[in-house]
Design a protein around this ligand. Structure first.
Ligand SMILES: NC(=O)c1ccc[n+]([C@@H]2O[C@H](COP(=O)([O-])OP(=O)(O)OC[C@H]3O[C@@H](n4cnc5c(N)ncnc54)[C@H](OP(=O)(O)O)[C@@H]3O)[C@@H](O)[C@H]2O)c1
Length: 319
């Protein structure tokens, strides 16, 4: 659903039952944290954040653990200072890096509240629009973590709650303690299973889905050739889809997408994102970028409307 009262030319969609109207392409702040992406620097990252806004994106997704010491939040804060009225900011709590730079998952309510307070301070704001539990802590009952997120909303540090990386049973358990407006699962053409597992629940309860990895870390942007030589430091090599048969299978699909995108005079990334946000139940595709040209291209998908023939054609390649 597009916002009938929108004052921008860019499309907006209601985030679940909230009063937030967000762009179907959201900006994912993980790459600018500089932890796993190569060649990231502050000048490019700030330019990329501004380019996202200029391209019509209003939904920004960060997390307490995006950076060893909140590097993504600190960059985002610089843009919020100048353009907060154009932005809807979501963050995630429940994971952080320790002094040895090991990623720690901690879903204790006291940690969640401390993360939220420090996160807001880093962002230079008193309240974020959405706060998610980043992932389930197997050492803490989920009901306790959910109660912790509800407390954060009650404290006024966030307007709405969300939860990330849960299955349907976990979502139900979470909802019993804390009402969420949005969930954040991974999802792309080749990896639809996590959304499939929760889509009925989300539809029934009018919960938005802000999916991540629609481009699968750049793979589905179609610019990495079949024989691409990865830098050995490129952490994408650790994902199974970047290896062996799964890589070849992805490249087979990409060959078809490249031909179709070429016929439509759009890029593969735009075709992939336009398909993603046209899927029933998907409200937002969160897209990471570390350079302006990347997010300008991806945001362009918001202006691509796919015919049902094109959607069916792509679906037939996926089945
Ligand atoms: N809740 C969770 O647990 C969770 C987990 C992961 C992500 N997320 C969220 O979802 C967002 C998206 O995930 P992500 O950033 O990891 O991956 P992504 O959006 O799938 O991919 C981002 C990467 O793809 C490449 N790329 C982007 N646009 C491109 C373009 N137009 N052409 C070519 N390459 C392009 C860039 O990498 P190179 O330039 O290096 O090639 C970029 O860093 C995150 O930023 C974060 O906000 C959440």
């Amino acid at each position: 659903m597009n916002n009938p009262n929108a004052t921008t030319n860019s499309p907006r969609r209601q985030l679940g039952t909230s009063d937030l109207w967000v762009s179907p392409v959201g900006f994912g702040c993980w790459p600018i944290a500089g932890v796993s992406s190569l060649g990231v620097n502050d000048v490019d990252s700030l330019a990329t954040l501004h380019a996202a806004l200029d391209a019509g994106i209003n939904f920004f997704d960060t997390a307490f653990s995006y950076g060893y010491e909140g590097e993504a939040d600190k960059l985002l804060a610089q843009v919020i200072r100048e353009r907060s009225s154009e932005m809807i900011v979501a963050t995630k709590v429940g994971s952080h890096y320790d002094a040895q730079r090991r990623r720690i998952v901690d879903g204790h309510p006291s940690t969640l509240l401390a993360n939220a307070k420090l996160g807001c301070a880093r962002l230079g704001i008193e309240q974020v629009d959405v706060i998610y539990l980043h992932e389930v802590d197997p050492m803490v009952p989920l009901a306790e973590s959910a109660g912790g997120i509800a407390e954060i909303v009650k404290h006024g540090l966030a307007r709405y709650a969300g939860v990330s990386n849960v299955d349907a049973a976990q979502l139900r358990q979470f909802q019993a303690e804390c009402s969420v407006v949005v969930v954040q699962p991974p999802y792309n053409m080749l990896q639809p299973e996590h959304v499939a597992a929760i889509s009925d629940e989300c539809r029934e309860q009018n919960i938005a889905i802000a999916c991540y990895w629609a481009l699968m870390k750049g793979l589905l942007a179609g610019k990495l050739a079949r024989d691409h030589q990865f830098d050995p430091a490129d952490r994408r090599l650790s994902y199974p889809i970047f290896q062996g048969e799964a890589w070849q299978h992805a490249q087979d699909l990409l060959d078809q997408l490249r031909r179709l995108a070429n016929e439509m005079r759009i890029t593969v990334a735009q075709l992939v994102i336009a398909w993603t946000v046209a899927q029933p139940g998907i409200t937002v595709a969160l897209c990471g970028a570390k350079r302006s040209d990347q997010i300008i291209e991806t945001a362009g998908a918001m202006h691509v409307s796919l015919s049902s023939d094109v959607v069916h054609q792509i679906d037939s390649w996926l089945n």
